[in-house]
Design a protein around this ligand. Structure first.
Ligand SMILES: NC(=O)c1ccc[n+]([C@@H]2O[C@H](COP(=O)([O-])OP(=O)(O)OC[C@H]3O[C@@H](n4cnc5c(N)ncnc54)[C@H](O)[C@@H]3O)[C@@H](O)[C@H]2O)c1
Length: 267
């Protein structure tokens, strides 16, 4: 089931274009596929998408949340409607299909069917490290990481794994923004080809990845990196409340022991 609302890069418009094209490619390669044009950030639309997949194929095994739009702005130039649109498509566009798929898998389990299902969410380096000029996008993509951790913990009991990827590839989303870095080489390995990302998504959707959940992978070209998330660093506990005046003597020392933060993209 290939879903795409057919939106322009800024989220406007709608046609069956991208989903229809992918369906044709899958069929030409000998596979079976059906296009769906629901808006995944519409709660009811996401429900109809899950129902459509089950109706067409008799079951649902893997959900890949991937829809996204960009409205890049510096924070001083933020536009409220653009902020809402970016958070809606990325965050609600992940949460809504996840909710409906999870409800389907729970009902399958209750009916005595063996569930062994996968969810792959799409974050970004912008969500992991932040990206200058992409406040709304970075916020949404960081939110997807939080959602992934919670979903992995909540859905383990239904035998559903939930992982996230942070890809980088030449697509219509990036071809203008990062034209130079994304350009195809004259010959040799095309590190920015989007199909470099697909094998990891296929593996995370397969039976082999049953024990992998709550993980985040950066993937581009031939590179796959397990992202090491927030974890406790150096700490101090004096067993009673600190006064602000005491902290000046303690916090610089604590920060000196901590790993320096990774640079924000574009900074
Ligand atoms: N290309 C990269 O380098 C890169 C880097 C990091 C993250 N990502 C993420 O990868 C995902 C795919 O992006 P892409 O690079 O292939 O760009 P893309 O613009 O080609 O694909 C995104 C698709 O999402 C669809 N879409 C938008 N709103 C939708 C909605 N409400 N319901 C259903 N479909 C909707 C669009 O029509 C579009 O076809 C996005 O989540 C993006 O943020 C991409």
């Amino acid at each position: 089931m290939v879903n795409d609302v057919g939106a322009a890069l800024d989220g406007s418009g709608g046609s069956e274009g991208p989903a229809g094209d992918v369906v044709e490619e899958i069929r030409a390669a000998g596979g079976e596929a059906v296009a769906d044009g629901e808006d995944v950030a519409d709660w009811g639309g996401a429900g109809r998408l899950v129902a459509h997949a089950v109706e067409e194929f008799g079951r649902l095994d893997v959900l890949v949340n991937n829809a996204g739009i960009l409205r890049d702005r510096m924070l001083v130039s933020l536009d409220e409607a653009e902020w809402d649109a970016v958070l809606r498509v990325h965050l609600k566009g992940h949460a809504a299909p996840l909710h409906h798929a999870a409800a389907y898998w729970r009902s399958q389990g209750k009916a005595g069917h063996r569930v062994d299902a996968r969810v792959i969410n799409t974050s970004s380096g912008a969500g992991l490290l932040g990206s200058v000029g992409q406040g709304s996008y970075s916020t949404a993509k960081a939110g997807i990481l939080g959602l992934t951790l919670v979903a992995a913990a909540e859905l383990a009991r239904y035998r559903v794994t939930v992982n996230a990827i942070a890809p980088a590839a030449r697509t219509r989303m990036t071809e203008r923004a990062f034209a130079e870095a994304m350009a195809a080489p004259d010959g040799g390995f095309d590190a920015m080809a989007p199909e470099n990302v697909s094998p990891l998504v296929v593996w995370l959707g397969s039976a082999e990845s049953a024990e992998v959940t709550g993980r985040v992978f950066e993937v581009d070209g031939g590179r796959i990196v397990v992202a090491d998330g927030w974890r406790p660093g150096p700490s101090v506990d004096q067993g009673r409340r600190w006064s602000p005046g005491e902290l000046g003597a303690v916090l610089p020392e604590l920060l000196a022991k901590a790993a320096p933060p990774e640079p924000v993209y574009g900074s």
